[in-house]
Design a protein around this ligand. Structure first.
Ligand code: PMP
Length: 288
């Protein structure tokens, strides 16, 4: 496997970063997870825009412009003969001293890994996922804007561990007001009385690219979609629920906190979103 590392495509075994890289020492950096379907990168421009915004928010100057970054992503996919897979694009603050200050750090390290993807088993797309809310909260938006896709995922990791320890594959994360934020790596949607709802960004949700794609599908299907603060009660009493993310795509959720969602089967509307999304990803991409 070839890894893109600061302008070179190097063998996996030789793809090394310094122990003084602030991405490692402090989680000081940003990243994106991107999908490649049938030789086309899905929503590449949207991912690169989000990366630029994340970098800007943490005062990190990206060493490549949009076009150069896009080429680097496509080159990495080509170098690995991939036509379907997952791309992890990471930009760290770079090598510095043992101190928080980014002064003297750099240049930023750019790492691109293009690999196969481990999806949830197909069985979960057919029968749905069961999720549980966990004690670890999403980081407060005033501490770190949730829209910044930074290398700080520790609270999401803790939430995932908490869910797994009690036998669930995914955790529902709340914000510090007790409202629904998102799952550990996915956004949440519910359908109630014909209206689709998802938490607003200021509730602690990432501006998911899949979330955006689902909102577009809702518009095409004529289903009203609202960004609205949601409580656990709204999920417990919803007719349908699903999660969205680059890796998971659109996945039905049939149980929240031991309460069955709808009739306990993936909802009909959810199935429409899954079908339409799977159709769109093969039509709407940048050829590598
Ligand atoms: N929330 C979090 C915390 C995430 O890390 C992700 C991406 N893995 C998402 C939501 C979903 O975003 P996207 O659809 O852009 O993958």
């Amino acid at each position: 496997m070839k890894i893109y590392l600061n302008g070179d495509l190097v063998e996996k075994e030789k793809a090394m970063v310094s122990v003084f890289d602030h991405g490692l020492l402090y989680g000081d950096g940003v990243f994106e997870g991107i999908r490649l379907y049938d030789g086309c990168v899905f929503k590449l421009d949207e991912h690169l825009e989000r990366l630029e915004y994340s970098a800007k928010a943490i005062l990190l100057d990206l060493p490549l412009d949009r076009q150069q970054m896009a080429e680097a992503v496509c080159d990495t996919c080509r170098a690995n003969n991939l036509s379907n897979g997952y791309v992890r694009l990471v930009v760290t603050r770079g090598v510095g001293h043992l101190g928080l200050t980014p002064d003297g750090c750099g240049p930023p390290s750019v790492i691109i890994i293009a690999d196969d993807i481990q999806l949830y088993p197909e069985e979960l797309y057919e029968n749905g996922l069961k999720i549980i809310s966990v004690p670890t909260r999403r980081i407060n938006a005033s501490a770190l804007p949730p829209a910044v896709k930074s290398l700080n995922y520790l609270n999401n990791i803790l939430a995932k561990i908490e869910a797994k320890k009690v036998g669930f594959q995914e955790a529902l994360m709340l914000n510090d007001k007790g409202e629904i934020a998102e799952c550990t790596g996915d956004n949440v949607f519910v359908l109630s009385k014909g209206v689709l709802y998802t938490p607003p960004l200021d509730a602690g949700s990432l501006r998911g690219i899949t979330r955006g794609a689902v909102m577009d599908i809702a518009q095409d299907l004529g289903i009203p979609c609202r960004e609205q603060a949601l409580t656990r009660y709204d999920l417990w009493t919803a007719e349908e629920c699903f999660l969205t993310g680059t890796a998971a795509e659109v996945i039905p959720c049939v149980e929240v906190d031991h309460r069955t969602v709808g009739n306990g089967q993936p909802g009909q509307m959810t199935q429409k979103f899954i079908d339409k999304f799977r159709q769109n990803v093969r039509q709407d991409g940048v050829k590598i």
